[in-house]
Design a protein around this ligand. Structure first.
Ligand code: UDP
Ligand code: MG
Length: 309
């Protein structure tokens, strides 16, 4: 059996078409499958749509969160309830075409423990989204300890072994793509062109995306922490050296009008700036530690349909 896990946040118009397209694919292949919708606190009619489908189809299962916990957490929850020999995660906005699934399954049967997909071009994305994602991946490639493929998506197959490992993770500020790559299972790549997002605007605001970006960079790289300290030391020593040289030079030129006050002010501002930015950098990591230490559950489930523990 194959499990499909789909996080849903306000996708009322997409739930049914997605199911129909998946059904068509699996009917043709005559493979047993289950579909797990994880509703991430949708405010629109998604809950109704999902419930309707789940009541009519035994293989459609649903988990409803009590509020919005984020896509990464929804994916994790879906993986915990999935029972298939392989789990395929995909977006609920039809940007990940179900018609690619046979090809993905083929790569899995040929030994891929993780089959990940990379988008060739992102037709739906605007210029700003393209720019920010470009910057993100550039930075990620430069500083992360992971060798993730740029522009890889959450349209991905994981073998049962991989899912079992992922389910053991208790990490909170989790980036799903990150932890999958971290496990080190054998990866197979597949390219596809992302379709235009269907219906409504993207569920992710730039604020959320920024948080995601910062989280994934701090989760898999200590470099920002080190850079902060290094920068601080470097600039402090350079600026104080410069300061001493300037005082001496000025003293030679105009011994009478010696005033170091202006220098003191300038140097002070520079140093305070450095100290504050280093503190900010460290705070990012402390925030993560705080998040982990509180040990709250990852998510709260309000209701489940067709799911037996
Ligand atoms: N999503 C979610 N929780 C959120 C935001 C998004 O479960 O807080 C879901 C959304 O319904 C969709 C998937 O995550 O199925 C990807 O979202 P979106 O299309 O907005 O992201 P993008 O394609 O821009 O990466
Ligand atoms: Mg999308």
């Amino acid at each position: 059996m194959i499990s499909i896990v789909i996080p849903i946040f306000n996708e009322e118009k997409n739930v049914r078409p997605l199911f129909e397209r998946l059904k068509a694919v699996f009917d043709k292949q005559s493979i047993k499958w289950e579909l797990i919708f994880v509703d991430d606190g949708s405010q629109d009619g998604s809950v109704m749509e999902i419930s309707g489908l789940a009541k009519k189809n035994k293989n459609v299962k649903a988990v409803f969160f009590s509020r919005n916990f984020g896509k990464e957490v929804a994916l994790s929850a879906g993986c915990r309830y999935a029972r298939g020999e392989a789990v395929i995660t995909m977006d609920g906005d039809l940007q990940h075409p179900p018609e690619l699934i046979p090809e993905i399954l083929e790569k899995w049967r040929n030994g891929g423990e993780v089959v990940y997909t990379v988008r060739k071009e992102n037709q739906g994305a605007g210029a700003l989204k393209k720019l920010t994602s470009g910057i993100y991946w550039w930075l990620f490639g430069k500083i992360s300890t992971l060798d993730s493929e740029p522009h890889s998506t959450d349209f991905r197959l994981m073998d049962r072994r991989v899912v079992d490992e992922i389910n053991r993770f208790s990490e909170r500020g989790r980036i799903f793509r990150g932890i999958v790559d971290w496990t080190g299972f054998k990866r197979e790549k597949m390219e596809f062109s992302a379709e235009q997002r269907r219906n409504e605007k993207a569920g992710y605001s730039y604020k959320k995306l920024f948080h995601l970006g910062v989280n994934s960079l701090t989760a898999f790289s200590l470099l920002p922490l080190k850079v902060a300290g290094f920068l601080g030391v470097l600039i402090t020593s350079v600026s104080s050296l410069l300061f001493i040289v300037m005082i001496i030079v000025r003293w030679f030129i105009e011994p009478k009008f010696f005033s170091s006050l202006s220098f003191v002010v300038v140097i002070n501002t520079v140093l305070i700036g450095i100290v504050l930015s280093c503190l900010g950098m460290i705070a990012l990591y402390i925030a993560r530690i705080h998040d982990e230490v509180t040990g709250r559950p990852l998510y709260i489930v309000r209701k489940k349909i067709n799911i037996d523990e």
